[in-house]
Design a protein around this ligand. Structure first.
Ligand code: SAM
Ligand code: SF4
Length: 340
């Protein structure tokens, strides 16, 4: 596949600068955050995430390739890497991958998003390998609701993993909750209490149109949490530079985050790039364009050639996602391959 052409408004840099920061997109936004999907396989198949039929990619990126991509992106100015999937902990070499990525010069933070099913075993090794920020997905504390959302998972494994990670010494721990109307929306107050008791910051995410289910607008959810007796006040603490698109409010027991891709478009501050499990660069979660970085590497491309391809793709990055446009969402790339 030929990489897309840059816009006239944003010409490519001179050859000698192609690996030098900043890495900007067509809108002038500077990219600093890389999300690497290390697998598109998953042991949970959550209703909102996975397609009904899913084979999985055969040629996943190797640890060498993941390290090489990280090195090239870090030379171009990306400072933060998140390992995601599918379920990243299904990879037997995940600790080695985390260690190699965290040692790349220029990488300041390595984060991971996981369903926690194997975290009881891996929390401490991952921490020792350099993962400092952990996001765990937990949509419900109720066994039967869990079965409805993630039919192949075991809630007890997830809860054990969450407890193990709580004592492993991560610098930041968050609980991601995808909110679905009539499924888990009423559990928000209980999940806030559960998370704060264990030192996690809960973050409620509006459902995006990748799978099944009906979402709840953040505004409605905040109102229902307040009606349940939990005061949510504006949060005066300075926003961490790693907090991404989440907006935070303060409950009596701690902070509560809200991520609102459907009702509060945050694309103006987008600083992120994604590499899918197949090794394709995706400049937007809600977009369709992709550049086959793995194919380029396997064909012998140099770091400079990769950097050109990356800059060309960024030259096409749109102003924002189009989740609210039914014609665009029909062709969205799968969430399991992109990694959220
Ligand atoms: N398997 C890992 C996990 O579940 O945390 C990592 C991959 S998962 C694709 C990354 C994040 O995307 C999770 O927090 C998940 O809840 C979120 N996610 C998946 N599908 C979503 C959807 N349709 N809308 C909003 N968030 C979604
Ligand atoms: Fe798997 Fe995570 Fe998607 Fe659930 S959200 S199906 S655990 S990749």
């Amino acid at each position: 596949m030929t990489p897309p052409v840059p816009t006239a408004a944003r010409p490519l840099p001179k050859a000698r600068d192609v690996l030098a920061p900043p890495l900007c997109d067509a809108q002038g936004r500077v990219m600093t955050y890389l999300r690497l999907s290390v697998t598109d396989r998953c042991n949970f198949r959550c209703a909102y995430c996975s397609p009904a039929h899913w084979g999985g990619t055969k040629d996943l990126l190797t640890p060498d390739e993941l390290e090489r991509f990280t090195r090239v992106f870090a030379r171009m100015g990306l400072r933060r890497v998140r390992l995601t999937g599918g379920e990243p902990l299904l990879r037997p070499d995940i600790v080695d991958i985390a260690r190699r990525v965290s040692r790349v010069p220029g990488v300041a933070h390595v984060a991971m998003t996981t369903n926690a099913s194997r975290l009881a075993l891996l929390a401490s090794p991952l921490r020792d390998a350099g993962v400092s920020q952990l996001n765990v997905s937990l949509d419900t504390l109720d066994e039967s609701t869990f079965r409805r959302i993630s039919p192949r998972g075991e809630l007890s494994d997830v809860l054990r993993g969450i407890d193990a990670a709580a004592t492993a010494g991560f610098a930041s721990q968050k609980l991601n909750v995808v909110v679905m109307k009539g499924v888990n929306d009423a559990e928000a107050p209980a999940i806030i209490r559960y998370a704060h008791q264990r030192g996690y910051t809960p973050r409620f995410i509006e459902l995006m149109p990748f799978g099944r289910g009906e979402g709840v607008p953040t505004r409605t959810l905040i109102e229902s949490i307040r009606q349940a007796g939990i005061a949510l006040e504006p949060d005066d603490a300075p926003k961490e530079d790693t907090s991404g698109p989440a907006r935070y409010l303060r409950a009596p027991t701690g902070r509560v985050g809200f991520v609102s891709p459907m009702t509060e478009n945050f694309c103006g501050g987008c600083n992120r790039l994604r590499v899918s499990a197949k090794g394709e660069l995706r400049s937007c979660l809600g977009g369709r364009s992709q550049v086959p970085l793995a194919q380029l590497v396997r064909g012998g491309a140099s770091d400079e050639e990769l950097a050109w391809a990356i800059r060309r793709a960024l030259g096409e990055k749109q102003e924002g996602h189009r989740f609210n446009d039914p014609q665009a969402t029909g062709a969205l790339l799968s969430m399991m391959g992109i990694g959220g």
